[in-house]
Write a protein that binds this ligand. Structure first.
Ligand code: ACO
Length: 428
């Protein structure tokens, strides 16, 4: 095994260099504090691995993304969302019997407790759907208590995983119906995952939902592309919260909250708002690029840049091509697609973006496709959460099963006052 040496204050510490299956290397510093009384500081964890994982592989320089070894392009082309969910959680694509059992579990867990319906009435009509989603997912902890025990068993995990994957789409669709003042639509047992969601979103007594295989496929592809992305902000949150042995629902709720931020999953909503503003105000592309580069301006080009990808995000590549194909097929015209392409072209030619290796990320084109499907803009991040859920669950399970189990607890370098003493109020 290769070793790395650290010399400090006359002492030398040798640390093992771990090599991943794709050749990635990492120095194992786990004995550093014990031996040298030193910690490492890495704000934003730009160089820090928090775990070993066999779920998702990304090569950010080459623009590669694989789930359990299978390229994202193959899964998007051929897979269904439920089989990708199974692949992520259980490690392999399901055989027919496994697929049938998994689908059955999803169907049996698709309705939400009727008492939970009252929660929707408590939210103001302006409530952001991400706030509703996080609250409802956390409240599953009190309605589906028989699904988890202190003595955690594999079959209870299977039920919780299916319960979350299936019910999150019901919750999302009900929150939309509630926001527009329509009665909710119960899930249908004979519909596949994406179709069932669209049915619950768009069916109504006066306007029955008419299934469209292309639209249903578009949604499946979107969900598959979002299904996992190794140790990103929200997934790391799920692992960290879960490391305290918090239950799966509570851990996922925390991950959903982390996903909401505009630098992360919330970027898809911001992208469409940005493109919409350019369109409505007829802003020039050059001005947008200039503002994104201006350090005094708070404006960023949303949907651009990524901590890991220093090449084209493979998910954005698939989505861009898919938008072009499906738009042509439907003679659908969205001025925002043309603006997005113009913006991308201008940014990719600009030295600021070239030097910093800033490319479109998954959020740049996903919103345009969600718009075509009919999903309202404030629900885009909810769609991301539905897609990301299997990955979060898989990562939580991997963390939970790891031996030895360690609670996540980073260190810090304290920079506050040295010892000082309490001063009574009238002496201050
Ligand atoms: N627009 C303008 N400049 C940018 C952008 C952007 N979208 N992204 C990065 N930069 C610049 C930064 O200003 C910085 O410049 P500097 O070196 O002169 O200071 C440099 O590129 C590096 O950027 P960081 O913010 O340090 O990179 P980091 O890895 O920390 O952040 C992030 C990555 C958060 C994704 C960032 O690129 C960003 O804010 N993008 C816009 C929001 C977005 O699209 N988020 C979705 C990411 S994908 C996902 O989570 C699903």
């Amino acid at each position: 095994m290769e070793k790395a040496k650290l010399t400090y204050n006359g002492m030398t510490h040798e640390m093992p260099v771990l090599v991943g299956t794709e050749g990635e290397k990492g120095i194992d510093i786990s004995k550093l504090r014990q031996v040298m009384n030193l910690i490492t500081l890495d704000v934003g964890y730009q160089n820090t691995g928090s775990c070993t994982s066999s779920i998702t592989f990304i090569d950010g320089d080459l623009g590669i993304l694989r789930y359990r070894g299978i390229p994202i392009e193959e899964l998007a082309e051929n897979g269904s969302f439920s089989e990708v969910a199974y692949l992520l959680i259980y490690g392999n694509l399901p055989n027919k019997a496994e697929q049938q059992l998994f689908s059955q579990r999803l169907t049996q867990n698709s309705m939400i407790h009727e008492e939970m319906m009252r929660f929707f009435d408590g939210f103001p009509p302006t409530a952001h759907p991400m706030a509703i989603l996080a609250t409802m997912v956390n409240s599953m902890s009190v309605y589906y208590t028989d699904y988890f025990t202190e003595d955690f068993q594999a079959d209870t995990f299977d039920l919780m995983a299916a319960s979350l994957i299936s019910r999150i789409r019901t919750i999302a669709a009900y929150s939309y119906k509630h926001s527009i003042g329509h009665p909710h639509v119960y899930p249908k047992r004979d519909l596949k995952y994406a179709s069932n969601f669209l049915y619950m979103m768009f069916d109504s007594p006066v306007n029955p939902y008419v299934p469209d295989p292309d639209i249903e496929r578009a949604l499946s592809i979107l969900l598959i592309l979002h299904a996992d992305h190794e140790q990103n902000c929200s997934t790391s949150t799920v692992r960290l919260v879960g490391s305290s042995m918090a239950n799966l629902y509570a851990s996922i709720c925390a991950g959903i909250c982390a996903l909401w931020g505009p630098l992360h999953g919330g970027a898809n909503q911001k992208v469409i708002e940005m493109l919409d503003e350019i369109n409505k105000k007829n802003l020039s592309i050059k001005n947008c690029i200039d503002s994104a580069k201006d350090k005094n301006s708070k404006f960023r080009l949303f949907g651009f840049g990524h901590r890991v990808y220093k090449n084209y995000d493979p998910r954005a590549k698939i989505l861009k091509q898919y938008c072009e194909t499906i738009f042509k097929k439907y003679y659908y015209d969205d001025p925002l697609l043309a603006i997005a392409m113009e913006l991308e072209e201008a940014a990719l030619k600009d030295s600021f973006f070239i030097e910093r290796k800033l490319y479109p990320n998954v959020d740049f084109y996903s919103g345009i496709l969600y718009r075509m499907i009919g999903i309202p803009t404030n629900m885009f991040t909810v769609m991301f959460a539905i897609g990301r859920l299997p990955g979060m669950i898989a990562q939580w399970k991997e963390m939970h099963d790891s031996v030895p189990h360690k609670i996540g607890r980073p260190r810090q370098i304290y920079t506050g006052s040295n010892l000082r003493h309490y001063v009574p109020l009238d002496e201050r």
